[in-house]
Design a protein around this ligand. Structure first.
Ligand SMILES: [Zn+2]
Length: 686
């Protein structure tokens, strides 16, 4: 891993700060556009994302282009020392196009074509839509390729969803023929279609999954999701072709939506120069802010890991509220700076918003914005944004730095799809929450963690945690065996090693290909009602850091130890006395199997013991109060520590004799420091 990555674009070696900007909505009021420039400078913004939904303004009639207004905005940004994250407008179409070329409109799973309207609803296969995008993107690149304001290409917006039109169905069949080497026998075997007499005898019989038709073949469901990912990436690749030709030095990205299940983002990330994240946590909601902060941190770590430590872009966040949540709550004082710098702490080199100025009408007119309908600069939100602007200006030294982790947690999109699609056990299987629960003990002890998929290189880590590794794709078990035999520590749980990449169960005993490294075999798994509890207890108190009784809920695996030693057993029900935690020595390393979904105390004790036993590197060697988190970024020489208080109370932290400089206030810091409610400090180690 590199020690320091270059800035997102070398033209701007600073943090990018700004938001989605829609001047096309304000063409009738040029005084507002002039005022925007003044306010942007006042708010410390240096980057605006423009053109995201501007197709109707850029091409009001087919073949008649109007770039004058965008020229004006690009020039104004440059004249004022700011940059443009310039979008391609394919996220929404102009009405003339839908009317003249209905094939650009998406078809639903019930095979009805949608009407014009909304957004994010075009066909990814339509040759006409691809051609219209090619023409538009070529025009944009030709016009702005040498413009000094052009910094990053923002391709479309929040790609998602699928289309069931004939073009897409045919493309799916072609994709399948390629995957299964033109053999229906191979496809039928992989999908286990003999069940319910679903055997295909002609490629034309295959339809995408639909609530009106086939939904019961797990292999088909998975392959459809894989196809949708590939087809979306193919569309994205077609979009960027003219940009790569005309602007080879301008980085390309598209904004992804956290852990949204629509596409396999691991695959998509490989096609971008830099990954971008839209992040909208529900602060001050139904759970403690610090618990939510943990989930947000997990996602940020995932985005930093997607490009092997390369800083990402926080492309969208809200300066205050959203419009689409059940309750749209304001951020309390301090939370805007804290949540913005949390993204930076985990590897973002930008803080960007949806949106700069509130629209006067239509769907998102109440969504939080830097400039409210009042147009004033003396608002709480504007001051909060300006505070972030001032802070980011002091953090240039952090640009391009990253975080090296000895621990990786596996979160895998295909595994998630397979778990959600599997009938049985419990309707809610909670794979993602399980990953986050295993993340928490590292988070609370300031141990940095990468979040990776099962295709990633395991060799650079010392600990690999793979909760619910239900699907094990070809070659993964062998790489885990090598990781452990070379000295690594592997932890996995109940419901692992169950199916291969086509959702076919492994024969010969679960956890299938992981059986040897774990030294156990799983015989049955019990699903518990919410009211039910079992308990587990260590065989010997103190072993593996465990003591007393722990609660087991929801899923309890009934396993048999083979070469593994039993560290804990169940205490209740007909499986009392059977193993619930095992350890297996394998080569130079060890592999743990946690057989049941246990309480937080178990995970804290278990992982704390591991952190101590393996002497895992911590970002800050001090115990943090509950709800306070430390995270560092480094270039191998300089270290930058972020202390973040996600509670509504003042918190004290003892930094002992370590010496730091507070980068926001400039003062030297050592010993005991106090963070106010929702306070944050950025410290440079001296
Ligand atoms: Zn289609």
């Amino acid at each position: 891993m590199k020690e320091r990555f270059p800035p997102i674009n070398k033209k701007c070696p600073h943090f990018l700060h700004g938001g989605d900007y829609n001047p096309e909505q304000w063409m009738q009021t040029p005084q507002i556009l002039q005022e925007d420039i003044r306010l942007m400078k006042l708010a410390g913004c240096n980057t605006m994302s423009v053109g995201i939904f501007a197709w109707a303004a850029l091409e009001p009639e087919e073949g008649k282009f109007n770039f004058g207004w965008l020229d004006n905005i690009m020039d104004k940004l440059d004249e004022n020392g700011a940059y443009a994250v310039l979008a391609t407008p394919s996220g929404a179409r102009p009405a003339w196009m839908s009317r003249k070329y209905p094939e650009v409109l998406r078809v639903n799973p019930d095979r009805n074509r949608i009407f014009h309207g909304g957004r994010h609803n075009h066909c990814y296969t339509s040759p006409i839509y691809r051609e219209k995008c090619r023409i538009m993107n070529t025009r944009l690149a030709e016009r702005y390729k040498d413009h000094p304001a052009l910094l990053v290409w923002h391709i479309s917006n929040e790609y998602s969803g699928d289309c069931h039109c004939e073009l897409c169905c045919e493309a799916f069949r072609k994709w399948l023929r390629n995957k299964y080497a033109d053999s229906l026998d191979k496809l039928n075997q992989a999908w286990w279609t003999a069940f319910w007499s679903h055997t295909y005898t002609d490629w034309r019989q295959i339809e995408p999954p639909s609530h009106l038709g086939e939904g019961s073949i797990n292999g088909l469901n998975l392959d459809w999701k894989r196809f949708v990912t590939d087809q979306t990436i193919d569309f994205f690749s077609a979009e960027i072709t003219p940009l790569r030709e005309l602007t080879p030095n301008v980085p390309v990205t598209t904004n992804l939506m956290g852990i949204n299940q629509c596409l396999n983002y691991w695959k998509f990330a490989k096609e971008m120069d830099v990954v971008s994240l839209d992040s909208y946590p529900r602060w001050h909601g139904e759970q403690d802010d610090w618990r939510l902060a943990l989930q947000v941190a997990f996602v940020h770590d995932l985005y930093r890991s997607m490009k092997n430590g390369r800083p990402f872009m926080l492309m969208e966040s809200t300066p205050s509220m959203t419009t689409w949540m059940k309750v749209s709550k304001l951020k309390r004082p301090g939370m805007h700076l804290l949540s913005s710098l949390q993204a930076v702490a985990h590897g973002s080199d930008t803080v960007q918003y949806f949106q700069w100025r509130k629209s006067r009408g239509s769907a998102e007119k109440y969504h939080g914005a830097v400039v409210d309908h009042s147009g004033r600069e003396d608002t709480r939100v504007f001051r909060d944004v300006a505070e972030v602007g001032r802070a980011l200006k002091k953090l240039d030294d952090i640009i391009g730095t990253t975080t090296k982790s000895q621990v990786a947690i596996v979160y895998d999109w295909e595994n998630s799809w397979a778990i959600d699609g599997a009938q049985g056990l419990r309707w809610e299987k909670n794979y993602i929450p399980a990953c986050m629960k295993h993340y928490r003990p590292f988070w609370s002890r300031s141990v940095p963690v990468d979040v990776i998929d099962m295709e990633a290189d395991f060799s650079k880590y010392r600990v690999l945690v793979a909760p619910m590794l239900y699907m094990v794709r070809a070659g993964v078990a062998e790489r885990i065996e090598k990781f452990v035999s070379d000295g690594g520590t592997f932890v996995t749980t109940y419901w692992s090693g169950i199916v291969d990449e086509n959702d076919l169960c492994f024969l010969g005993g679960f956890p299938g290909p992981l059986r040897k490294v774990l030294g156990i075999w799983a015989e049955e798994i019990d699903a518990l009602y919410d009211k039910d509890l079992n308990y587990i207890t260590p065989v010997k108190d103190g072993e593996s850091g465990l003591s007393g009784k722990y609660q087991a809920r929801e899923l309890c695996d009934l396993i048999n130890a083979e070469t593994a030693r039993v560290l804990a057993t169940y205490t209740e029900d007909f499986y009392a006395g059977r193993p619930s935690l095992t350890i297996n020595d394998f080569g130079k390393g060890t592999a743990y199997y946690i057989a049941s979904r246990n309480d937080e105390r178990f995970l804290e004790d278990f992982y704390n013991h591991l952190i101590t036993k393996l002497n895992l590197r911590r970002d800050i060697e001090t115990e943090m109060p509950v709800g306070v988190m430390a995270r560092t970024r480094s270039d191998g020489k300089q270290q930058f520590a972020f202390l973040m208080n996600f509670t509504s109370c003042e918190q004290n932290i003892d930094l002992a004799s370590a010496k730091f400089r507070d980068m926001l206030s400039g003062v030297e810091v050592t010993g005991r420091v106090t963070l106010p409610a929702y306070g944050v400090m950025v410290l440079q180690r001296q």
